[in-house]
Write a protein that binds this ligand. Structure first.
Ligand code: NAI
Ligand code: BAL
Length: 501
């Protein structure tokens, strides 16, 4: 990453960004066949950044044909693993060479604080591509234990043409979580970025081409969920879809699969993630710093965001005092100013949704311990709402914004029951000095990731995904992600000696 650090530097780069706005199909940028476009806005200012190709079924058909032709002729799928690895390593290097530009682009398109893009989103994107590239020539197939006259080979083969339907909250990182293992496995991909955040993915398509990923292997179809996402879900020649987004849309993909070709579906959906703080937790300032980071990182637009603070009643007031101290570092404002840790929400539409929970909190008679103010149609300051009951919408629904709901408990079993009182099961954190309690809570809370005395999503080496309505069918990240994009094949070979003549 370069030495660009100030608001003025980032603003100057933003001013001179060139936006690629056409779809990328079969190695070429192209308009939608209908010629239609939609506006991509900077949510912090409302300015139109670009008019983006509004693709539909016809464009998806062309992309699928290209992806299938590429897969079938083996230009990528049958490349020597070390050669595939070399191309992906070059791809990662090109992203690193352009990391500052990608960070600013991601920030203006999504409202994310540029400091987060520079420090987390873009480095993690690059690391993810490298990690999966490194794996390509290190995975061995196996033989199964079988009788003496049989050789049973069990291998993994790329699943084929893969649709990757992406959310807007971590546009490039979610792209990397999916294309990393998919391209490493040898699949051809059709990426459908969220319509609110397409621009960084299109820039990365340019870099993919420059790196030498062959035509047809990496395609980007831009457009709405209904027009471009649904045809991917229903396409008979798409072998698999990996989706991240809302549970409602995730369920649609299961229906698309049932109504078409039983394509494999992997879903990473919403969360309503608890942080359970026991009365014996040590160093409440450290706990508060983790809780605040979990709740407000990326404006809470995060499926694993800490959304419910479930705290033992005896320490609630002390913990909230510490939360107040931690919040002093969380300034809200222009996403291009690296001093701000809270930028703009992704769109006015999403702001309306988040604001409806602030209104609900007032209607429920809850107390705003901190925050509650909104600015400029897209900014919401970090807000902590006390006295949230398990019946409230605030406790039950995914807010996906900077609102932390506080509920108290008296006993550990009560805490477990509250933590599990949700249809979701993506992530949870537990804070306690008692290792027995920590392990008991980690076991009993039904979630894909449980962090103890910290908040985080692990590393690229650890699987990410959820229980219950948070997920289906597999995991992103880690070696387990490769399972999503491969089929198991058994080759059963009879090695009986022919009977002597
Ligand atoms: N990582 C996560 O868990 C995410 C959760 N969400 C949740 O979903 C809520 C709504 O956000 P949205 O952007 O509307 O999420 P969404 O689930 O509708 O969108 C995610 C992706 O699915 C596509 N899509 C939407 N409708 C589709 C359809 N009928 N068929 C095929 N593809 C479709 C979208 O174009 C986008 O690429 C958020 O407020 C948040 O609660 C949103 C984004 C990410
Ligand atoms: N936190 C990364 C995954 C997601 O929010 O979709």
């Amino acid at each position: 990453m370069s030495d660009v650090h100030t608001f003025e530097d980032y603003a100057a780069i933003a001013k001179h960004l060139n936006f690629q706005s056409r779809a990328f199909i079969n190695g070429a940028f192209c308009d939608a066949l209908s010629g239609e476009t939609f506006a991509s806005l900077n949510p912090a200012t409302g300015a139109v950044l670009a008019q983006v190709a509004a693709c539909g079924k016809a464009d998806v058909d062309v992309a699928v044909q290209a992806a299938k032709a590429a897969f079938d002729d083996g230009r990528w799928s049958r490349l020597h693993p070390s050669d595939r690895k070399a191309v992906l390593m070059r791809f990662a290097q090109l992203m690193e060479d352009n990391a500052t530009e990608l960070s600013v682009l991601e920030s203006v398109d999504s409202g994310k604080p540029v400091g987060e893009c520079v420090g987390v989103d873009i480095p993690e994107t690059i690391k993810t591509i490298r990690w999966h590239a490194e794996l390509i020539d290190k995975i061995y197939d196996t033989t199964a234990p079988a009788g003496p006259n049989v050789l049973a080979l069990v291998s993994r083969e790329a699943i084929g043409v893969v649709g990757l339907v992406l959310p807007w909250n971590f546009p490039l990182l979610m792209l990397a979580w999916k294309i990393g293992p998919a391209l490493a496995a040898g699949c051809s991909v059709i990426v459908k970025p969220a319509e609110l955040t397409t621009l960084s993915t299109l820039r990365v398509a340019e870099l993919a081409q420059e790196a030498g990923i062959p035509a047809g292997v990496f395609n980007v179809v831009t457009g709405s969920g209904k027009d471009a996402g649904e045809p991917i879900g229903l396409h008979p020649e798409v072998d698999m879809v990996s989706f991240t987004g809302s549970t409602v849309t995730g369920k649609r993909f299961l229906r698309y699969a049932a109504d078409s070709n039983l394509k494999r579906i992997v879903l990473e959906c919403g969360g309503k993630n608890p942080a359970v703080v026991l009365g014996d937790a040590e160093d409440l300032d450290a706990v508060a710093a983790h809780v605040v980071n979990g709740a407000f990182w990326n404006m809470g637009e995060n499926c694993s965001a800490t959304s419910r603070l479930i705290v033992q009643a005896s320490i609630k007031d002390k913990l909230l005092e510490a939360v107040g101290r931690a919040l002093e570092a969380w300034k809200t404002g222009d996403p291009l100013d690296p001093a701000n840790k809270i930028g703009a929400l992704v769109s006015c539409g999403h702001f309306e949704k988040v604001n409806s929970y602030l209104e609900q909190a007032k209607a429920d008679g809850c107390k705003f311990a901190f925050g509650g103010r909104t600015y400029g149609g897209a900014f919401v300051e970090p807000t902590v709402v006390e006295g949230v009951t398990p019946q409230s919408r605030l406790f039950r629904e995914e807010i996906f914004g900077p609102i932390l709901c506080v509920t108290t408990f008296d006993t550990v079993p009560e805490a477990v029951a509250l933590a599990n009182d949700t249809v979701y099961g993506l992530a949870a954190s537990v804070y306690t000095a008692n290792q027995r309690h920590a392990m008991k809570l980690a076991r009993e809370i039904r979630a894909g990731t449980v962090t103890v005395n910290c908040f985080g999503e692990g590393d690229v080496s650890t699987p990410f995904g959820g229980f219950k309505e948070s997920g289906f069918g597999g995991r992103d990240k880690s070696i387990h992600a490769h399972d999503q994009y491969t089929e198991l094949k058994t080759v059963w070979i009879d090695i009986t000696e022919p009977a002597a003549e």
